[in-house]
Design a protein around this ligand. Structure first.
Ligand SMILES: [Zn+2]
Length: 170
């Protein structure tokens, strides 16, 4: 008997793929890892290849899949928060700088998975100068941990009453 190595949390299992199909209502495409999990172990954010099998460039490296989290973020988006946040980037240089670094971190993570010329330098969610998709930004925050994506971190704080990573609502 050798030492049993536990399956890394980021590894995609067949069970994960089943859960993802349930969460998304379709066969998940281009999944290369699980970037964040709920406390129950189900996938929360998937890491996706920058080019899908059919050749399509796919800029959204971190994709939020957990339905209650997606719903909580959708509710926030419906309030029109993206315009307010975009305006704040113009007024708050520290926030703008941190958001620029988040953009660069996102691109660096994606580059690890391969270089795709069509989307080179283009991240996701509106980064680095606009706030367009709170699902993308909160997905990045969950994947990267606190302190990397300031807008994503703020979104997670704003939805904490309805959804939190440490309290399963799957
Ligand atoms: Zn759960």
């Amino acid at each position: 008997m050798g030492i049993v190595t536990p399956t890394p949390l980021t590894t995609v299992t067949d069970r994960d793929l089943e859960v993802l199909a349930e969460q998304l209502g379709r066969v998940p495409r281009g999944v290369v890892g699980i970037a964040a999990r709920c406390v129950c172990g189900r996938p929360l954010v998937v890491r996706t290849a920058p080019r899908l099998d059919d050749g399509t460039p796919f800029p959204t490296t971190y994709y939020l899949t957990c339905p209650p989290a997606v719903a909580a973020v959708s509710t926030l988006e419906a309030s029109g928060l993206m315009n307010d946040l975009t305006a704040r980037l113009a007024d708050e240089p520290d926030l703008a700088d941190a958001y620029q670094r988040a953009h660069e971190a996102y691109l660096a993570d994606r580059e690890e998975l391969g270089h795709v010329e069509e989307i080179a330098g283009i991240s996701a969610g509106g980064m680095p100068t606009r706030v367009k998709c709170l699902h993308v930004l909160s997905g990045h925050a969950l994947a990267a941990g606190p302190g990397v994506n300031p807008i994503g971190d703020e979104v997670l704080t704003l939805i904490a009453d309805t959804w939190r990573q440490d309290r399963c609502t799957c």
